[in-house]
Design a protein around this ligand. Structure first.
Ligand SMILES: Nc1ncnc2c1ncn2[C@@H]1O[C@H](COP(=O)(O)OP(=O)(O)O)[C@@H](O)[C@H]1O
Ligand SMILES: [Mg+2]
Length: 240
């Protein structure tokens, strides 16, 4: 069953006829076969579907880590696939935040320093970095944990640090590829609660891959991929 789903607010991103082919000739594999969707500002979308259905491929394209083979990717009306590589890097740095399954923190580096990193890349002053990182750690419930390193934090806390690092730049879009995949159910729920709060209270648009139905429940909309295409796109009950 396919249910058309209007986006929530003004369009933030729009994919139109997006395809992605890996390799060429005999070895060519079409990972995306014409993907269309619109995601509104402040939407919270769970992306589901079997392994190999193209979820990470579409996340990589949205995250400007990869480009489509054909089709259009619009970000606030800008044709992203036509941008220069360095322009895409700027888009990534200023508008996007990333959270991964494996947290990807720098080991032997404090929570505070991990969270400051994206601001360092943006050339912000040390006092601005310090203040913003403390605020981001507070927003994820980690005030008091600033000086702790990865080895001194639980998995759930490490993912909170990673989320703080992703939101410290005040991104418009947070991309999360199986953010609860390495966590037990209770920790996973806490991370989903946190993402819901960030979506509602800070207005961050979230696109999250998950294969757990329970985690998808926290989203306001579920897009399901099968064989490189959107199979269904449905809005969950009213926003919680
Ligand atoms: N760099 C790559 N080179 C070749 N094939 C790839 C590459 N990345 C992904 N694929 C293939 O594309 C398909 C979709 O992959 P992916 O987007 O990672 O799926 P999902 O995240 O839904 O599990 C899979 O069949 C995968 O093997
Ligand atoms: Mg994947």
């Amino acid at each position: 069953m396919t249910t058309a789903s209007a986006s929530f607010g003004d369009p933030l991103i729009e994919l139109s006829g997006v395809t992605k082919t890996y390799g060429r000739g005999q070895a060519a594999f079409q990972a995306l076969r014409g993907v269309n969707f619109v995601i509104g500002e402040e939407d919270f979308v769970a992306v589901m579907g079997p392994s190999g259905s193209g979820k990470s491929t579409v996340m990589n394209i949205l995250g400007c880590l990869d480009t489509p083979t054909s089709g259009a990717y619009l970000f606030r009306g800008v044709r992203v696939e036509r941008l220069l590589r360095k322009e895409r890097a700027l888009l990534r740095r200023h508008y996007l935040g990333f959270v991964f399954q494996g947290f990807n923190l720098l080991a032997r580096t404090s929570a505070q320093e991990n969270v400051e990193l994206p601001l360092l890349y943006r050339g912000e002053s040390s006092s601005a970095r310090h203040e913003a990182a403390r605020a981001a750690l507070s927003a994820v419930g980690l005030s008091g944990w600033e000086t702790h390193t990865q080895a001194e934090l639980s998995g759930g806390q490490q993912q909170r640090v990673a989320i703080a690092r992703a939101i410290v730049t005040r991104p418009a879009l947070l991309l999360a590829d199986e953010p609860t995949g390495n966590l037990d159910t209770q920790c996973g729920r806490e991370i989903m609660e946190l993402l819901s709060v960030l979506n509602r209270e800070k207005g961050i648009t979230i696109l999250m891959v998950t294969h757990e139905a329970e985690m998808a429940e926290y989203a306001t909309r579920v897009i399901r991929f099968v064989d490189g295409r959107v199979e269904s796109d449905v809005r969950n009950r009213e926003r919680r």
